[in-house]
Design a protein around this ligand. Structure first.
Ligand code: XMP
Length: 518
């Protein structure tokens, strides 16, 4: 991925492996300043070339005395750029600049109270007494580096914050980026506005303009192909690129026969008719179902679907001879797991199903959403005029309904699941619950149960309804839907979907269960 043209005021976050690094970036962008996360070992010439107005060292699990402790290139201290070290970032700064860090007697983890004794710029507009913060550290600073002074302390940390006010180097032992630190936003804002002197000019509109300009420059007259899935990420990429390069963008949408009810038509309507994007629509439903015949194992299903998708996508892509680029909706959480301090892990989302393709076809990647979080992508999508239905769409797995039909897939089972699933979605939307949850869907179980319809005994399929709340799908809890809503869903499915006589609600959380049943 070549770098995009960046705004002038930028903050660089160097990642030392903290689980909160993403939050730092997020808070800064919420304050309308552009910011990027890079691994701690970013080369000094790259750091300089990035032209940051300020640098933040994230926290991290290491101790500065570990043999493999991640250390930043010390050249960073000569750039004349303000630096804020958070937790491990502060200890590393103290260590590298001649202070002393030692293991504390007790690990300090969780809420703590600090007293500010130096209300410099970093702590301006904060009431200095009893500031509630979030701590998570083992080591602590015993001796300040030359030129530094203590700015705050707690019972457990004689140096809860330090600063070299002349050089604009600061360190905080706690995490200003987490919500538990009540004045955290003010501290970060003080750093980026009062110390780094950034202007709050970054918006989704400026992000869109920046991407559009740089894609135009980068692509020239070449073509770009994009695998459109109808989900929010690929939709935003398609519309953004279409604004940038118009007819040079070619979208390919493969109907694998495993989509939700009405999905293929709605994607065609929106992208072809509404946005007038060149959309190659391939209906490969029969082929997918044929290859899936008799297959019960979920991993086998995934492989077959993934491989066939690549086969079809590649065939279609080769028909577009001027294509030199492949655009993907890779998001920040897909790019960098929190272990990014080991180096950039530019893994391609496997469920994009185009893994391996770019190299084979000699296509270069364009990933305009790499720096963004899901909700930022949603607001970008709104900015681009994408309909709310797509923006708020729940995540949908690449293998589609195949992993929600447990056991063998048949056209009849697909019909049942599609109808049941559509009812779940309709009722979630009508009740206003759709946008409050992470995902809602139906699963077709491989069991039949006895029921009674009028005077007759029935022996039919069971549908499980799964609705979960989550922030990142890593953990999830089943949604406490109102009983009336559950009753409506159940009554409608049993009455309207032929072949179903029982509906159950999945009340398992993740872990130990997963969101999908497979
Ligand atoms: P699990 O079932 O692992 O799912 O708890 C976590 C999240 O990932 C989605 N999921 C997938 N998404 N391709 C995708 O694009 C896949 O193969 C896939 N499998 C699971 C799932 O819907 C949930 O949001």
């Amino acid at each position: 991925m070549e770098t995009l043209k960046k705004p002038d005021d930028k903050i660089l976050v160097l990642d030392f492996g903290s689980q909160y690094t993403q939050l730092i970036a997020r808070r800064i962008r919420e304050s309308h300043v552009y910011c990027e996360i890079h691994p701690y070992n970013m080369r000094i010439d790259e750091i300089r070339g990035f032209h940051p107005k300020g640098i933040i060292f994230s926290g991290g699990p290491a101790s500065v005395y570990d043999t493999e402790a991640p250390l930043v290139d010390e050249g960073v201290y000569s750039l004349k750029v303000p630096i804020l070290g958070i937790c491990y970032g502060m200890q590393m700064m103290a260590h590298q600049l001649g202070g002393r860090v030692q293991p504390a007697m007790e690990r300090e983890y969780g809420p703590a109270v600090i007293q500010i004794n130096h209300a410099d710029l970093l702590f301006s507009e904060i009431n200095p007494v009893d500031v509630r913060v979030w701590m998570s550290h083992g080591d602590r600073i015993e001796k300040l580096p030359p030129g530094f002074e203590t700015m705050a302390y707690s019972d457990n940390s004689p140096v809860a914050a330090m600063g070299n006010l002349k050089k604009h180097f600061y360190g905080v032992q706690f995490h200003p980026e987490v919500a538990h630190t009540t004045c955290g936003r003010t501290i970060l804002d003080n750093f980026i506005f009062k110390i780094c002197k950034c202007s709050p000019t970054w918006t989704m509109k400026s992000f869109a303009d920046m991407v559009i300009t740089s894609v135009r420059e980068k692509v020239g007259r070449d073509g770009v192909i994009c695998a459109l899935s109808g989900g929010v990420d690929s939709s935003v990429v398609a519309v953004l690129l279409h604004k940038a390069i118009g007819k040079q963008l070619h979208c390919i949408f493969v109907n694998n026969g495993l989509l939700r009810k009405g999905e293929a038509e709605s994607v065609r309507r929106i992208f072809k008719d509404h946005f007038e994007i060149d959309l190659v629509y391939v209906d490969a439903s029969d082929l997918f179902l044929e290859r899936l015949k008799g297959v019960r194992d979920p991993e086998k299903k995934r492989k077959i679907i993934g491989n066939l998708f690549i086969e079809i996508f590649e065939r279609e892509a080769r028909k577009i001879p001027d294509a030199k680029y492949l655009a993907q909706g890779t998001l920040y959480p897909d790019v960098i797991e929190s272990v990014s301090f080991k180096g950039p892990s530019a893994t391609i989302k496997t469920h994009h199903n185009v893994g391996g393709l770019p190299e084979r076809m000699k296509l270069r990647l364009i990933e305009p959403l790499r720096e963004l979080f899901k909700d930022e992508v949603r607001s970008l999508g709104r900015q681009l005029g994408i309909p709310e239905r797509i923006i708020m769409r729940h995540p949908f797995p690449g293998p589609g309904l195949a992993i929600r039909i447990i056991g063998e897939i048949t056209p009849e089972k697909l019909r049942i699941l599609r109808e049941a699933d559509a009812i779940v979605m309709e009722e979630m939307e009508a009740s206003g619950w759709h946008d409050k949850v992470w995902q809602a869907f139906a699963v077709l179980l491989p069991v039949k149960s006895v029921g009674v319809m009028g005077d007759a005994r029935t022996y039919e399929q069971v549908i499980a309804v799964r609705v979960v709340e989550s922030v990142d799908a890593m953990t999830a809890d089943w949604a406490r839907l109102p009983y009336d809503l559950l009753a409506n869903i159940s009554n409608r499915i049993i009455n309207e979907v032929q072949g179903v006589n029982r509906v159950v609600y999945d009340i398992s959380s993740k872990p130990p269960s997963t969101i999908e049943w497979e």
